[in-house]
Design a protein around this ligand. Structure first.
Ligand code: NAP
Length: 306
């Protein structure tokens, strides 16, 4: 593939930015990739491993002359970064982000975007529980979705280029309206993370089951929760604080369903449990058919370990 942007600036140098840089490099999608992160430690690590072409010591320097700037910091840090870089953005440049919630990012960043800069918020639906500059890998976005979430009219050519970039990095691209995005993600990602955090917290509280038993006899269900519950605390704090309404709406429904299942167990209503679990099994089949997960037993863990 050929170069889509002569210069791309990544602000934040963690899992997502690192994976973007490596994915762009894999296909030669950017002439040069510059990067900036808040701490000298992260910048030094990024330099040592050659994560981007040029690590800068300020966000302003990183975005100077960039055709595309992508904010890859936690949602709660987006506004401060936007204020910092706004005067240095090139006219005609595209400003994007990868934040997990979109209404909050649009409200925080939107007012600071200078005239002549195209603001196209985005969210790649790909990640792991790891964070930091050494956690990125080029294949992270392969066969995953990236949602472009602009508000109102946006320049067609800028949209087309950003779409091409994400496709070049391996993703399928769709467009979505910001509030709808936040509701969909509350169901598919945010509420499940909160439930995993809770489940692991409950196991930790259960003093009748000792810590060592929880770890030693960790069966697949609980083990999968612990993987999710190991996700970055800063990122997830910001996700819940910035997607409050949708997450609370979904958690309300979750609580109702949980009570219904609780009643079915207490009253011995096996039909209710069986029908419910059949419905959820069909959803899992749909995810596999859509190519969004493997149907290998144990998520293919055995294979990975070979
Ligand atoms: P990460 O690995 O923790 O990296 C975050 C980066 O942001 C770090 O380099 C950090 O620098 C930098 N940073 C934090 N505050 C900053 C500030 N005020 N100014 C400049 N840099 C700052 O996080 P990530 O997983 O890549 O997540 C980045 C964004 O992607 C988040 O908005 C998240 O919601 C979104 N996202 C994450 C996932 C996922 O699964 N992880 C998936 C999709 C989208 P230091 O290291 O110096 O602190």
């Amino acid at each position: 593939m050929s170069v889509i942007y002569d210069r791309v600036a990544l602000i934040g140098l963690g899992l997502i930015a690192g994976s973007m840089s490596l994915a762009m490099r894999r296909r030669g999608l950017a002439g040069e990739v510059t990067g900036y992160a808040r701490s000298a430690e992260t910048r030094d690590t990024a330099r040592r491993i050659g994560l981007v072409d040029r690590v800068c010591d300020s966000a302003a320097e990183a975005v100077e002359g960039a055709d595309l700037v992508v904010l890859c910091v936690p949602v709660g840090a987006m506004e401060a970064v936007a204020v910092d870089i706004a005067p240095h953005l090139k006219t005609g440049a595209t400003l994007s982000d990868v934040g997990s919630t979109k209404r909050a990012v649009i409200d925080a960043v939107g007012p600071h975007v200078p005239q002549g800069v195209h603001f196209i918020p985005a969210h790649p639906l790909a990640g792991t529980e790891h964070s930091g500059p050494e956690s990125g890998f080029a294949k992270l976005f392969d066969n995953r979705w990236c949602l472009l979430v602009p508000e109102g009219g946006v320049d067609d050519a800028a949209m087309a280029n950003l779409r091409l970039l994400w496709e070049g990095m391996g993703a399928h691209v769709d467009q979505m309206e910001p509030d709808h995005h936040d509701l969909v993600l509350a169901v598919t990602s945010h509420a499940p993370h909160l439930i995993a955090y809770t489940m692991v917290g409950v196991a930790d509280d259960l003093r009748r089951v000792t810590d060592s038993e929880v770890i030693k006899y960790s069966a697949a269900g609980f083990r999968d929760f612990t993987r999710i519950a190991a996700s970055d605390p800063t990122m997830w704090r910001d996700v819940f604080l910035s997607n409050k309404d949708a997450t609370l709406e979904i958690l309300g429904r979750f609580t109702e369903e949980l009570f219904a299942l609780q009643r079915a167990i207490r009253t011995g209503d096996g039909d209710h449990l069986f029908d419910y679990f059949s419905r959820t099994r069909a959803i899992r089949r749909g995810i596999i058919e859509a190519g969004q997960d493997t149907d290998a037993p144990d998520f293919g863990r055995g294979k990975q370990g070979e």
